[in-house]
Design a protein around this ligand. Sequence first.
Ligand code: ZN
Length: 643
Amino acid sequence: MKVKSILASAFIALLAIVPASAQDLRNCGTTEYHQHQLDTDPQLADRMADIETFTNNYVSTHTGQEKAIITIPVVFHVVYNTSAQNISDAVIYAQLDQLNKDFARLNSDAGNTPAAFQGLAANTQIQFCLAQRDPNGAATTGIERRQTTVTSFSSNNAVKYTANGGLNAWNSSQYLNIWSCNLGSGLLGYAQFPGGSAATDGVVCLFSTFGSLTLPGTSAPYNYGRTMTHEVGHWLNLRHIWGDANCGSDLVSDTPTQQTSNYGCPTFPRRTCGNTTNGDMFMNYMDYTDDACMNMFTTGQSARMAALFATGGARVGLTTSLGCTPVSQTGCGTPSGLAASGITTTTATLGWSAVSGATSYNVQYKLASATTFTTTSTTGTSLVLTGLTAASSYQFQVQAVCSSTSGTYSALTSFTTLSTGTTCTDTYESNETRTTAKTIATNSNISARIGTATDKDYFRFSTTSSARNIRVTVDQLPADYDVRLYNSSGSQLAISQNSGTTAESIIRNTNRSGTYFLQVYGYNGAFNASSCYRLRVDVSSSSFKTMSGADDSESIELEPLEALSLFPNPSTGNFTVSLLSDSENDAFVRVFDITGKAVVNTRFAATKGQNLFNVDLTGNAHGIYFVEVNQGATRLVKKLIVE
Ligand SMILES: [Zn+2]
């Protein structure tokens, strides 16, 4: 009874000398909290004893300074009742900045450490980053907020459970959980030592202690963010510097033994426990002095913390956490170059660029007007969609799937299916024969349709003396179409008959102008009732070349052509000599009349393939002539009628 009475008196006396509220004395709940955890978790003491053994072994051979910097992902759970408790992002950033500066010994007040302790002060090589992805792999700001009906929390962990008015912890092997809330009973904060339950692992701080030396909170003199530095020290296995006992041990070798906690900001040296040299290290973050008075961790404390991150350490999982890796930088990129091709009324082929590391791709598409996607997967970089609705706008996007993670979906890309029957209008029908051919302009696209199995499309165009070279292109073929080129009298000059829907092309470089006819038709009755093809006739003063730059005559698929032919034949006098040559030798062309007299004797440069030479007999008598072509060892003769 006597003892109890004395203690009660002492407590009353203590209150008497503290002029304001209990919050004026630093009150860390960690020791009390820890005792409660030990009481309710019978195995906790054993787990912590194992961690302590591991730590002793580590510290005996390491200083902690040799390790690389460890960066710990942090999530802030802001639980507030009043708007004042809903601390701003700016305040949280300032707090995180102060925490990092304190742990790196980059705090602006590091110079306040007494000279006697400067040599012990440490950069802990531990840093903290705001989480950029949540435990589900989604992007996050690293700050989550909840308004609660709870007006004041205690150290009973309620703030760590959504069901109890707080917010649930994130996976503590990947994140440091920090809760901000209103704490009652003058409590500034409390932390859980390594070894405790994952569901409650982390640090809780009074909302008003959040801040920094440059952006102070509202709980002066505990408003420079040092409450969090202190509590995170606990979370990293540091004890109060006085060992929570009279001249106790904090399990660190380079911190002086001190009698108890210090408050306010003592004058150096403050000597206790028979320490007659430098006295208490009251400026250590693990004491109870004011925020403005704290400025250091020691090398021994740093080594103790580092043990947690060694192989087998209690918090080593944090060293491989992806919590601060942005979602987009996972190594599984976002597909680009999305495009739809081969679009018909009901189908389309989707394509995209390969993503490095992708093992497959998820493709989702929908009608632009719909709200839900159809999702499918493929290992390639294209996908054929079937069963689409005609004349409809669709959207699609693609996501890369890598071995360990998935990337983000690309932006939506749109395409529109063709309309049934009204895809294109053919303004050139009917043009089934050469005599009903429709005249088309050169150097511009036209669109027409082979609408039935017997449909043939004839076109007519002209070249001029300044633009005599011809290139005919028929593409965007909905079926297997071919094209033929005729001269003005209907003689076939060339044919292009590629298989399938490969585009057809005829190049004809010539030295004379004239009128030509084209026939586009379906091979073996091929047609498409809804889709048009595209036709373009280019004429130019320059010779056309094939895509490969090779001699243009090689691009022409010729009907079985005689080595020498003359057209038109009969002629009015002006005619063309067609020579199919297998050499580059000059061709000598002579024309003899019926008496054997040479009326023309000229020389042309020839190339391999078809050569066209213009010969003019205008002014000569009508009748029979013989056209002789000599090229190398080859001699060819044809009869020509002029009338
Ligand atoms: Zn504490």
